[in-house]
Design a protein around this ligand. Structure first.
Ligand code: NAD
Length: 370
């Protein structure tokens, strides 16, 4: 039997604890029914941690995150904490975690489950069966580059400055994540930049090309300008397998790809760091959505994004692809059976609460057996 996996669970605020409660039922199911065993530590984060300790992320919780095999995160924030000083706002807890764990590769899958194809803003045939992954560089580029700031010029007018900057190692490490993913998926990488007008884009293209030729000759590598990529995402999204791009373009393109799938309540994500000498890679897994204060406490939230984030955790941090497949199949079957939380409700389907969605998922997992 494999050693226990240490998982830190940070449910957070708003709907975070509600969706996480359903995921914890599934974690429990896996613990009892599959080969994997979990040591789960639960801690407060965000507004909940501020209320309890005066900070959105305590040093102890950060230490737990650094010691864990993986972190599963819910959501943070809400109107109760909106007027707090910047440094103790709930979101700072998440940003500090990402920074201290050095999570530089953000994975955003865009998957359209067959039963949800009609919920997309695109024609059904364009998105049916869509399964692509955007890998966004998360710790470099224009959001962090120096110099930055707003300065006043001698004539009294002002100038705002941000700097797009990337180094060879920053480009190669995120590109490597994309190539490795492609090897386990459809074998294709599309690298996206604006090398026609930006030197940093030119370097990006050259480095990705070089890495591909040196280490991943089995992967089909294509390069695309970011503006064309935005167009292609809504014209023919199924042409893509793995897209790798910088922080800024990834921010925009991953939101665009997200809308192809229909609902915020269905979208998981992963943020990964470097592999250390023992072959261990840090990872934090979280739904794309926030704490949804408008529906918090009403047993209405869709738990699927958090559940699918747990499936990504099993796949990418624990190398338990078959267990991740089980969850994704359960989600597919529950949706095919007509179950819908309010956010993804469609005509002639059954509208269910967060907890009933959890019940249905467990019944489905039981059907698939262990
Ligand atoms: P949001 O994602 O929380 O909600 C946007 C809309 O989508 C709301 O109408 C909400 O009801 C709905 N929604 C979101 N997730 C849902 C789910 N699982 N099931 C059903 N409906 C869902 O974004 P927002 O309203 O802009 O932000 C609310 C709070 O969340 C803010 O405090 C914001 O700072 C915070 N936030 C946190 C994160 C995070 O923790 N990573 C991300 C985004 C926003």
């Amino acid at each position: 039997m494999s050693a226990n996996k240490k998982m830190l669970v940070l449910a957070g605020d708003g709907i975070g604890p509600e969706t996480m409660a359903q995921v914890m039922r599934v974690v429990d199911w896996f613990d009892k029914r599959r080969a994997v065993r979990f040591d789960v530590i639960e801690r407060k984060v965000g507004g909940a941690a501020y209320d309890a300790y005066g900070t959105p992320l305590t040093d102890e919780t950060l230490a737990d995150a650094l010691a864990a095999d993986a972190v599963l995160f819910g959501a943070v924030g809400g109107p109760k904490w909106d007027d707090l000083p910047f440094e103790v706002r709930p979101e700072r807890g998440l940003l500090r975690l990402r920074k201290e764990m050095d999570l530089y590769a953000n994975l955003r899958p865009a998957i359209v489950f067959p039963a949800m194809a009609e919920a997309s803003s695109l024609k059904q045939e364009l998105v049916e069966g869509l399964d692509m992954m955007i890998v966004r560089e998360l710790t470099g580029g224009i959001y962090f580059g120096e110099p930055r700031g707003i300065e006043t010029l001698p004539d009294g007018s002002r100038r705002g400055i941000n700097t797009q900057v990337y180094t060879t190692p920053e480009i190669r490490r995120v590109a490597r994540v994309a190539f490795e993913l492609a090897r386990k998926r459809g074998g294709k990488v599309c690298s996206v930049e604006k090398s026609n007008v930006m030197e940093s884009g030119q370097l990006w293209r050259e480095e990705v090309q070089k890495l591909g030729a040196e280490e991943y000759p089995d992967i089909e590598l294509k390069h695309m300008y970011a503006d064309n990529c935005a167009m292609q995402l809504v014209r023919e999204p199924k042409q893509f397998d793995v897209i790798v791009t910088d922080n800024l373009f990834g921010d925009l393109l991953s939101d665009c790809a997200a809308m192809l799938t229909g609902s915020l309540g269905m979208l998981p994500s992963a943020s990964l760091g470097d592999i250390d000498d023992n072959g261990f890679r840090r990872g934090l897994y979280e739904p794309v959505h926030g704490s949804a204060p408008d529906i918090a406490g009403k047993d209405m939230a869709n738990p699927l994004a958090t559940l699918l984030s747990f499936a990504m955790l099993l796949r990418y941090s624990f190398d338990l692809g078959e267990d991740a497949d089980l969850i994704e199949l359960a989600v597919k079957n529950v949706l095919a059976g007509g179950m819908r939380t309010a956010d993804i409700m469609q005509p002639r389907k059954a509208r269910v609460s967060t907890s009933v969605m959890g019940d249905s998922l467990l019944m489905e997992l039981d059907k698939q057996g262990a």
